[in-house]
Design a protein around this ligand. Structure first.
Ligand code: HEC
Length: 151
């Protein structure tokens, strides 16, 4: 391989690794990036269902706080899970994820903040306030899906 191409590959690899600090694995293929983010989002859906179940049944809010904290961390890493080029393949992400990036990132940041708020509210033991915080969190999922996820 000529040196210039080699350094190009290295540069691309480094950029890619920098985009995925939380995954820790360098140079994942795009298919793996897509599969990993979808698995993570599935986990977010499971957290939402588990939280709703606890709130509906006035169960232990410690479980709500734990799920919400995982959601807070995941949504902080969400933009990095949509690197350029990961629009092709087994994905429902719309082109707007890349063309309207600032709003996409703001949606992810707000969702992370709302998850953090839910976690701290649940930690106070207030079920009604937790339910209100959870409704707001759910709305922020829907807001992003309407613009950025194909049906
Ligand atoms: C910043 C935008 C954004 C936010 C906020 C967001 N999502 Fe998504 N979500 C997406 C996109 C884009 C996809 C499609 C991903 C793909 O197919 O590659 C998706 C897909 C999903 C999927 C399907 C995963 C699969 O492939 O099986 C679930 C479940 C999901 N999201 C749950 C949630 C929940 C729950 C929340 C809120 C707590 C949420 N999402 C918030 C953008 C977002």
């Amino acid at each position: 391989m000529p040196l210039s191409r080699l350094s190009l590959c290295l540069a691309a690899g480094l950029t890619f690794t920098a985009l995925l600090p939380s995954l820790g694995t360098p140079a994942l293929a795009q298919a793996d990036v897509i599969a990993e983010r979808r698995a993570g989002l599935k986990r977010m859906g499971e957290h939402s269902r588990a939280i709703k179940e606890i709130l509906d049944n006035k169960g232990d809010l410690a479980g709500v706080a734990a799920s919400a904290r995982d959601m807070e961390g995941f949504f902080r890493t969400l933009p990095a899970r949509f690197p350029p080029g990961s629009d092709k393949g087994d994905t429902k992400a719309l082109p707007a994820v890349w063309s309207e990036r600032a709003t996409f990132e703001a949606n992810a940041a707000r969702t992370s903040e709302l998850a953090a708020r839910l976690a701290s509210t649940a930690a106070t033991g207030d079920g009604d306030a937790s339910a209100a915080a959870f409704r707001e969190l759910g709305q922020s999922c829907g807001t992003c899906h309407r613009s950025y996820r194909a049906r």
